[in-house]
Ligand binder design. Structure first.
Ligand SMILES: [Zn+2]
Length: 58
């Protein structure tokens, strides 16, 4: 099972969300909910890398 790539980016300008270093741990990265650049809200964006879907029946 492969994990989808998810990026946390600003919904307004697309810039990468700032990392909240105070709440992040070694195993979990916490991103800020507000863009540093434009003040817009950040959210998860799914990245599709053109890989084959391995769930096909054969
Ligand atoms: Zn922004």
């Amino acid at each position: 099972m492969s994990i989808s790539n998810i990026e946390i980016v600003c919904m307004e300008c697309g810039k990468e969300a700032p990392i909240n270093h105070e709440e992040s741990t070694e195993n979990w990265t916490v991103y800020g909910t507000t863009c540093e650049e434009c003040g817009g809200k950040t959210g998860a964006k799914f990245i599709r890398g053109g890989e084959r879907d391995e769930t096909s029946n054969s």
